[in-house]
Design a protein. Structure first.
Length: 451
């Protein structure tokens, strides 16, 4: 009997990707596009007039440009990538498929509509380098497809956009906040790191990318006849994090704590402070513990290679710098920062709760992304860190804080650098997936659309 999952996806679906939202969007149609009964091409400028989209002499609730030929493309000008991360920048990006212009919150939003498999050709080139090894690209095609279809299948899931706050006369304030896939109502996913990096055909540069998508077309990871919420990050730091320590409190049996080594399930209890400190300050063996420049060049795009310290890192702040960053990022005046106190750690040593102790106020914050955002102008590489206080004055206030950290990203699911090392060692993509998503199954969901 055919599973309910396959009944819900009898054919390859289309995906709607929100690319950018501005007061005015400039673009260029390369080739012939159909808009209503008209054929159009060339430059266009879109804006909002009287609550409607204005573009190419049209004024409508939404305007869609559909390509007449497969080799048509459109270019969007000044797309922001890496929003709020340390690699944030603007670049022109080119896309295939349809361009849909809609109005959201008084701005015009550009949405790219295209088949899932075509979308994936860009995602796995945007999330990593298109020169990655074939088995790594195949593994990433499967998890990116799984994550996307899980979002489409479930609709927009609950997320912690409104912080949970508690306070009492006998307890310090607590702010627990987490971010997940945003509640997009007019499209399925956005194009930046908040969902999956998608940069059109800008970085789709190798035959290996096409081969990886074609070889795995329609394949997903499943658990109990449901699509896996297949997460990934740059570097786990040696041990995987559990899903519930980063997002909502719903455990996933395939997103659990394991060491990033083959046949190795023995690792310290990193939820304990002493063990976590020793682990983070050490340099234990792991797939992702590599300085192999050839592997890093394969898995990392140029802007990702601007960061060299993936496995272990160090950040130093003066008192004034840290106090200002925390005030700006949290909106809370703590006064001078006295200490950053670990309260709760996850399975990878990442802090899920931390107390900021200041001369004016003391507040516990979480989860991991809230901590990373609060202690950096962009984001800390991860929340797996220990704090060194230096130049302490007679009042117990440090003049400097040194954060010694591990890993890059949330550490849940596939570790991209670790997976790259596994692929370089000869592991096939299904073995890589089994390592990072234990108890999951590789499932053929649908056949792709004909070319």
């Amino acid at each position: 009997m055919e599973s309910m999952l396959k009944q819900r996806f009898p054919h390859e679906p289309l995906v709607k990707v929100g690319i950018m939202s501005r007061d005015e969007i400039k673009a260029e149609l390369i080739g012939a596009y159909r808009c209503g009964d008209a054929l159009v091409t060339g430059p266009l400028t879109a804006s909002v007039v009287d609550g409607k989209v204005s573009a190419m002499g049209l004024l409508e609730d939404e305007i869609e440009f559909t390509p007449c030929e497969p080799d048509c493309s459109f270019e969007l000008k000044d797309v922001m990538i890496g929003v709020e991360f340390h690699w944030q920048r603007l670049e022109n990006q080119r896309f295939v498929g349809a361009l849909r212009l809609i109005v959201e919150d008084g701005k015009v939003t550009a949405v790219n509509v295209l088949p899932v498999e075509q979308y994936l050709r860009s995602v796995i080139s945007s999330e990593m380098s298109a020169t990655s090894s074939l088995e790594l690209l195949k593994a990433h095609a499967v998890i990116s497809r799984s994550w996307l279809l899980a979002q489409i299948d479930n609709g927009a899931p609950h997320h912690g956009d409104t912080p949970l706050q508690r306070s009492s006369d006998n307890a310090q304030d607590e702010i627990i906040k987490w971010w997940d896939h945003e509640d997009h109502t007019r499209f399925d996913v956005c194009a930046d790191d908040h969902c999956q990096r998608y940069q059109g055909i800008t970085r789709q540069t190798t035959d290996a990318v096409n081969q990886a998508v074609e070889a795995t077309a329609g394949e997903i990871l499943t658990f109990d006849d449901e699509i896996c919420d297949a997460r990934f990050s740059k570097c786990c730091g040696g041990v995987f994090e559990r899903f519930e320590n980063c997002w909502d409190d719903t455990p996933h049996p395939y997103l659990i704590a394991l060491a990033d080594l083959e046949d190795e399930n023995h690792f310290p209890n990193l939820t304990q402070e002493v063990a976590a400190e020793e682990w983070i300050l050490g340099h234990p063996a792991a797939h992702c513990n590599t300085q192999d420049a050839q592997i890093l060049r394969q898995v990392l795009n140029n802007y990702d290679q601007e960061t060299a310290d993936f496995y272990r890192w160090r950040v130093e702040y003066t008192q004034d710098e840290l106090a200002q960053i925390i005030a700006d990022r949290t909106g809370i005046d703590f006064g001078r920062i006295v200490n950053l106190i670990p309260v709760e750690r996850g399975t990878s040593g990442r802090l899920s709760k931390m107390t900021i102790q200041g001369t004016k106020r003391e507040v516990t914050i979480g989860k991991e992304l809230m901590i990373r955002r609060s202690l950096s102008r962009s984001h800390l590489y991860s929340s797996a860190f220990v704090v060194e206080r230096a130049d302490i004055d007679p009042d117990g206030v440090p003049g400097r804080f040194i954060l010694h950290g591990a890993g890059w990203g949330h550490g849940v699911g596939l570790c991209q650098i670790g997976a790259a090392v596994m692929a370089a060692k000869g592991y096939p993509y299904d073995a890589i997936l089994s390592h990072y998503f234990p108890h999951s199954e590789l499932t053929q969901l649908y056949s792709p659309r004909p070319s």
